[in-house]
Structures are given as structure tokens and as C-alpha cells.
Design a protein around this ligand. Structure first.
Ligand code: SAM
Ligand code: SF4
Ligand code: SF4
Length: 335
């Protein structure tokens, strides 16, 4: 039986951030002014080893976790990632293992990841307009690099592929329809994400959010859509189907239609802190227990205790004022 929180939400998903580092500096996530050359990233010895991640993951699965998403920072910058994937994919009871990446390193790594047992993948790509995309990743990576990553994933047999696109008003909202059109009919599902007030460094204001309803309206005007039912309770994306049979598209409505009521996600930071909300300010230090010699039972008890008292519902309660609260960075804790 999965452990349940104060709102009776079961623990079903675990997002594991394997590094706080990234080869991009997306303006909505790791603005260069903050994440510049003098930024102090975690030291190697602070970060959980693969052995530690696997040990904790096994205990999370015993508490009800069915799905693990590996994320970051950029997970593919962590050395030997396929070694972790291999061990996670072998966990008894885990039903779904996936990974979110910016795709730039996929041409070299898609094959080894697939061979290690990864089945599907999510790749972030905010725009197909090269100038816009370079402005967003802020490290001058062109669209062609990520498209090559998507091709490599497909050729390696990673499937289904989802594409995540954050929409920020005035930056890439003029390219929404082009992105949808590009993947229409390919089987790849694009999910447009409302720009969120994660962390405290990206200068988020509500005016920069393009509501999902507007995103859907714009796509629908060019490529007519109809709504689809969720695949399962707690699915974060609202799904739509192209009326011409060209596949599906999704929107993630964290700002305009929050989904805290069904949120079953726990997050593990690179240094082993357990967060029960993307908008949390502090996590529970599992690494101290791990490295202090705790037994599996003690670790499992700690995880259950943290989940049982969980009462997070930040997005339900969001106001302009909450944007000033201290929060963990998205590049630290993962999407
Ligand atoms: N580096 C990988 C990547 O970009 O796919 C994985 C980590 S990244 C933090 C995970 C997802 O979070 C990405 O799809 C990214 O676009 C999204 N993201 C980052 N900052 C965001 C923000 N402020 N609002 C909405 N989504 C955001
Ligand atoms: Fe890096 Fe992903 Fe954040 Fe972009 S969204 S800076 S790729 S962690
Ligand atoms: Fe879950 Fe927190 Fe997001 Fe609500 S705000 S859906 S509780 S992660």
C-alpha cells in the first residue's frame, strides 16, 4: 500500500535530480547573471553516488512509487549516466522509468541509454526559430543540435518521445504554432508548459505567462483540436487530439489550472534532500541518514514520515505575493 499524505495523496512518482549543473543557461531557469562563472555548484562528494540513489529509489518503490523520472540540471552532463539507468530499470516493482533532457548530448548518449534499459524520453525544445531558441538557451546552441538529439533518440528506439516547450510571453509565444506543426503527424507529443515562478532567480511575473487556454486557442486556429481524457489520475498535462488524426498535443497548466489535488510527486535533490513540492524551500536530509549508517528500515521510516505530514499545494495557493517566498531552484530539483 502506498504511503499517503495529509490530503490522502499517495506517493507514486519520484523525480531524481542527478546534478545541479547544466550546459545551457535557459533564461527562465538558470539566468547567467546568477549562474555565472562564480556560482558555487555542489562538490562531487556532496552529490549522492549512484549506489546511494539506487538504494533510496528501491525504498521509494517499496512505499508505492511506480514511476521514476531522472532529471537535473542536465542529467546527461553527469558521468556514466547509463550505469544509473541500468540499475534503476532493474528495480523490482518500478513500472516506468524516464528522463528529461535538453537533448544536446543525446547524439552520443541515446544508444547507451536505450541499451541500459531506458524506454522513453522527454526532450526540451522551446522554439524552432533558431534566433529565439538561442536567446532562450543563452549558450548559442542552435535548434539543429536538439533536432539531432531527437533523431538520435528515435533511432535508438527511445519511444514515445515527448517534447517540452516552456512558453514565455514576448519571447517565444509567436513560435507556438510552428512548433506544433513541425511535430504534427510524427507521433512525437509536444507539451507546452506555462512559465512558472519556480526558484527566485528568473524574474517571473504573471504578465509573462501565456495561459494554456490561449496556447490551445492559437494551435486550434491553425490545426483544429479536441480535448482528450487524461491517461491516468494525476497526469500533469491536459491532452488534446488533432481532429485530422495528426496525433496529440498537451498543455501543462500549473499557473492557470493548478493540479495540486492529484500531485503524487516526491523529488530527490542531487545532494539527497527529499522535497515534497517543486516550490519547497527546504528538503529533508536523507543523505545525513544514508551516510550516518542508517538501516533500510530507518530510511524507509524517514521517507514515510516526511510524506505522511505533507500538506503542500503551492500552486493552488499562488498569489503575486507568494512569488517572493524562498524556493529551491528548478535547475537544482528538476522539472
Ligand atoms: N535540463 C533538462 C531539460 O531542460 O529538459 C532537465 C531539467 S529542466 C529543469 C526540466 C524541465 O523544466 C524542462 O522542460 C524545462 O523547460 C522546465 N522548466 C525550467 N524552468 C521552468 C520554468 N520557469 N517554468 C516552466 N518550466 C520550466
Ligand atoms: Fe538547463 Fe534544463 Fe534549466 Fe535549461 S531548463 S537551464 S537545460 S536545467
Ligand atoms: Fe505538486 Fe507542489 Fe506542484 Fe502542487 S505546487 S502540483 S503540490 S509540486
Amino acid at each position: 500500500m502506498p504511503v499517503r499524505d495529509t490530503f490522502d495523496r499517495p506517493l507514486r512518482d519520484l523525480r531524481v535530480s542527478v546534478t545541479d549543473r547544466c550546459n545551457f543557461r535557459c533564461v527562465y531557469c538558470m539566468p547567467k547573471e546568477v549562474f555565472g562563472p562564480s556560482f558555487q555548484f555542489l562538490d562531487r562528494q556532496e552529490i549522492l553516488t549512484y549506489e546511494e540513489i539506487v538504494r533510496l529509489s528501491r525504498l521509494f518503490v517499496a512505499h508505492g512509487v511506480e514511476k521514476i523520472r531522472v532529471t537535473g540540471g542536465e542529467p546527461l552532463v553527469r558521468r556514466d549516466l547509463p550505469l544509473l539507468i541500468e540499475q534503476l530499470s532493474a528495480l523490482d516493482g518500478l513500472q516506468d522509468l524516464t528522463l528529461t533532457t535538453n537533448g544536446a548530448l543525446l547524439p552520443a548518449q541515446a544508444g547507451p541509454l536505450r541499451e541500459a534499459g531506458l524506454e522513453r524520453i522527454t526532450i526540451s525544445l522551446d522554439s524552432l526559430d533558431d534566433a529565439t531558441f538561442r536567446e532562450m538557451n543563452d549558450v548559442d546552441v542552435g535548434v539543429d543540435v536538439v533536432l539531432a538529439g531527437i533523431d538520435a533518440a528515435r533511432e535508438a528506439g527511445l519511444w514515445p518521445i515527448k517534447v517540452n516547450a516552456v512558453v514565455k510571453r514576448g519571447l517565444n509565444d509567436h513560435t507556438i504554432v510552428d512548433l506544433a506543426r513541425h511535430f504534427h503527424g510524427t507521433g512525437i507529443i509536444v507539451r507546452f508548459i506555462e512559465y512558472m515562478d519556480v526558484g527566485t532567480t528568473n524574474g517571473w511575473v504573471l504578465d509573462h505567462v501565456v495561459p494554456a487556454a490561449e496556447i490551445v486557442e492559437r494551435i486550434d486556429a491553425a490545426l483544429p483540436l479536441e480535448p482528450l481524457d487524461p491517461n491516468y489520475v494525476g497526469e500533469v498535462a491536459r491532452r488534446y487530439r488533432y481532429r485530422d488524426g495528426g496525433g496529440e498535443v498537451g498543455v501543462i497548466t500549473s499557473i492557470t489550472q493548478p493540479f495540486c489535488g492529484d500531485c503524487t510527486r516526491a523529488r530527490l535533490s542531487p545532494e539527497g534532500e527529499l522535497f515534497t513540492c517543486l516550490f519547497g524551500s527546504t528538503g529533508f536530509d536523507l543523505r545525513a541518514l544514508l551516510r550516518g549508517g542508517a538501516t533500510d528500515d530507518e530510511l524507509a521510516d524517514a521517507i514515510a514520515r516526511v510524506w505522511r505530514i505533507r500538506d503542500d499545494r503551492y500552486s493552488d495557493l499562488r498569489t503575486e505575493a507568494t512569488a517572493d517566498l524562498k524556493r529551491v531552484e528548478m535547475s537544482h530539483i528538476g522539472g
